[in-house]
Design a protein around this ligand. Structure first.
Ligand code: CTP
Length: 217
């Protein structure tokens, strides 16, 4: 299939890491598998793909420009650059919502920190909501409750064209597995409930929906 030939697609993947000190960070359970599957599927359909990825255990896919970042702030900068001429942005990354207020330069010592250590956190930028440009915006909503309600709310709040609602409590779905069970919701409220399938198959379903959207843009 070559229905994305000549299109520029930016995909983000992995869980960002927010430094506490030089050896410690806050992160999440994202493996990057969904984002990498999307990047590879878009490449195989002819797109020019830029993959902006937080650290993962996955090798760099061939035929894709891979930009390695670590934190949410770095991901935002990389996404701004990568989307300069993009037709679509797919935010599959699990971006940390909070980062330590100040990353300490020296390793925090058990002796000096004492019996209790309070970590002050501040919000990270909301990349999907803040990065401007005339491209199709696709987001993920990984939820443990009120799946469709929360996903619809995010779709509106972040002005998205498509959201992939992902029930992380479902078996064989969500973090670190090769399969996923998702529901796609578009701007018009059209709902597509997909059965459990491989992340690569989910990726192609998402791209099937995006092709028409890019054409109409
Ligand atoms: N996202 C983003 N920037 C952030 C947080 C999330 O761009 N700082 C993107 C994610 O990549 C995802 C979508 O927004 O595509 C929804 O992410 P999620 O963490 O579910 O949404 P939040 O806005 O963080 O909402 P909440 O934590 O209340 O569920």
């Amino acid at each position: 299939m070559d229905d994305l030939t000549g299109k520029r697609i930016v995909v983000t993947a992995g869980g960002t890491r927010e430094a506490i000190d030089p050896v410690r960070y806050i992160s999440n359970r994202s493996s990057g598998k969904m984002g990498y599957a999307l990047a590879e599927a878009a490449r195989d359909r002819g797109a020019k793909v830029i993959l902006v990825t937080a650290p993962t255990a996955l090798p760099d896919p061939s035929g894709i420009e891979v930009v390695h970042i670590v934190s949410a702030v770095q991901m935002k900068e990389a996404v701004i650059k990568a989307t300069a001429q993009a037709d679509a942005l797919i935010m599959a990354a699990a971006v940390a919502d909070y980062q330590p207020k100040s990353a300490v330069k020296e390793k925090i010592k058990r002796q000096t920190a004492g019996a209790e250590l309070i970590l002050e956190l501040v919000r990270t930028p909301d990349i999907l909501a803040e990065v401007k440009g005339n491209f199709i915006r696709v987001g993920f909503a990984a939820e443990s409750e009120h799946l469709l309600e929360n996903a619809r709310d995010k779709l509106k709040r972040k002005n998205l064209d498509l959201i992939i609602a992902n029930d992380i409590t479902a078996p064989d779905s969500g973090f670190d597995v090769d399969t996923n069970k998702v529901t796609l919701i578009d701007r018009d409220g059209k709902l597509e409930d997909l059965p459990l399938m491989s992340k690569r198959e989910v990726a192609d379903k998402i791209l099937d929906r995006m092709v028409g959207m890019i054409g109409k843009r």
